[in-house]
Design a protein around this ligand. Structure first.
Ligand SMILES: Nc1ncnc2c1ncn2[C@@H]1O[C@H](COP(=O)(O)OP(=O)(O)OP(=O)(O)O)[C@@H](O)[C@H]1O
Length: 226
């Protein structure tokens, strides 16, 4: 099981780009309470983005996820989300994701920069990697947390705008459940098991043939010696 310990947000939505805002999470429950627009949803969005790399819906590919540069009278905002998790008794996982929003002449340019990943190993050692590609972080985090990306996306850190997916039409619902239960992986694993069984059965057949031939040779050799 993985536990969320600490989240630091800088330059996301209404969280300004000049200071890190730190949220600590406590066992067994942390309640986030605040007035409308104070940033509760942003906290969930940051947790989801940090663990899966999935941007919030309707965020114009990240452009409205990062703090608006105009609000800080600047042309560029560098944002950072830093998340500390705890896996097992004493195995920390730290992920740092950096984002950048630049005001060009007529457009805004959003960039997700390479991140940082640190985690403790079973043998007591530590792995620390900087400049990790976002796509690699997206794959590694769910594996390290031992939670599938689909469950992080649609269940644990489900965005409020997407939370009615259980009421959607059959095909959409089936796709969601297939993703959550990783049915594609299960079907693939079954195919691999079936193919391996056939391959091993053929090998057994060959070995049996070889054994029969060797036994016959051995009996012939014994007969010659007598
Ligand atoms: N790109 C942005 N730059 C700066 N501020 C932003 C940006 N996008 C959203 N905001 C502001 O961030 C806040 C978003 O807050 P959020 O939706 O997280 O609040 P909330 O506490 O969940 O509110 P509610 O209780 O209404 O759901 C709003 O005040 C919004 O105006």
């Amino acid at each position: 099981m993985s536990v969320v310990k600490k989240l630091s947000i800088r330059g996301i939505r209404s969280f300004g780009p000049d200071t890190d805002q730190i949220i600590e999470f406590y066992m067994p429950l942390t309640m986030i309470v605040g007035s409308n627009g104070c940033g509760k949803t942003t906290i969930i969005e940051c947790l989801r983005y940090a663990t899966t790399g999935i941007l919030p819906p309707n965020s114009r590919n990240g452009q409205t996820f990062v703090h608006d540069p105009k609000m800080s009278n600047t042309t560029e905002v560098k944002a950072q989300i830093k998340l500390r998790l705890q896996r097992g008794v004493d195995m920390p996982i730290v992920v740092v994701r950096s984002l950048q929003l630049t005001q060009k002449k007529t457009t805004m340019q959003f960039k997700a920069l390479d991140g940082v990943l640190k985690y403790g190993n079973n043998d007591g050692g530590n792995t620390s990697s900087t400049g990790v590609k976002c796509t690699d972080l997206d794959k590694q985090l769910p594996t390290l947390m031992r939670v599938s990306r689909a469950i992080l996306e649609s269940v644990i850190f489900c965005h409020q705008e997407e939370s009615s997916w259980p009421l959607q039409e059959g095909a959409v619902l089936k796709k969601k459940f297939d993703d959550i239960f990783e049915s594609a992986r299960y079907t693939k694993a079954l195919d691999v098991i079936k193919a391996t069984r056939v391959e091993l059965a053929n090998k057994v057949k060959d070995y049996k043939g070889e054994l029969a031939a060797l036994t016959a040779h051995s009996e012939a050799a014994d007969a010659l010696q007598v």
